[in-house]
Design a protein around this ligand. Sequence first.
Ligand SMILES: [Zn+2]
Length: 247
Amino acid sequence: MAPQIPDGECPHCQGPVIDLFAEWTDEYATSAGKAAILAGDVVFDCYYCERPIQLVLPLGLVMPQKSVVHVAKRKKSKCEEWLRNQHPGQSLSDIVTAAGWQHAGKIGRRERCIVMAKIRRLPLREPHPMKLTSQETRFLTALIREQNQTGCRGPAHDLLRKHAYPDAPVTGRNSLSFAYEVVPLTTSLVADFDDLGAIDDFVRCAPLITDAEWPGSSGEEFHGRLDEARRQWEARRAISKSATAAL
Ligand SMILES: [Zn+2]
């Protein structure tokens, strides 16, 4: 979907739902549809347990908040078009294998709960938005656009692989995992967008950056930044959860 959801998981079955593939639905194609999605009138279904899940901003997945909802249907024709454009010659199951989305293989659920419990005990305040350097912003912009337009192929992903994921397999199983692993960092670019249309324009409609440069940090520093981004998303979600509960 555009864009991917940092550490997204189904609130019913906890299956990893990093990509909702919202753009395969008719609803996501119109601004009225996008507004209905954000209003919670249109929801998606989890592709593991098929129960309804609602997309919210800041990017996250929650139980449907309304009792009467319409479930957007992903269309086979749109899926096939996406495969043709972004992953020519590959099947959807090839992509799932490459991205390493295995429900049973999911790790760290217990750790996540512990982290969430720790966050809840902290005073709630807006997390400082992650300060990105201009080189980081440009590199991450190149990455997020490749992720949404060229199936994670292009100069930015080549640089990411070279500097931060030198051991990532080039084809087959888990060959796309590294691209999905950096979603918390790339989506920090759209963390403050409050409308899906603006996000869509930024990641899917804006031109690709073909002369991206590595932002200069070591692979280790890059992974540190990724951890920082992941903590920011956890904090954001804890805040928006408590804000919702307070209503
Ligand atoms: Zn599910």
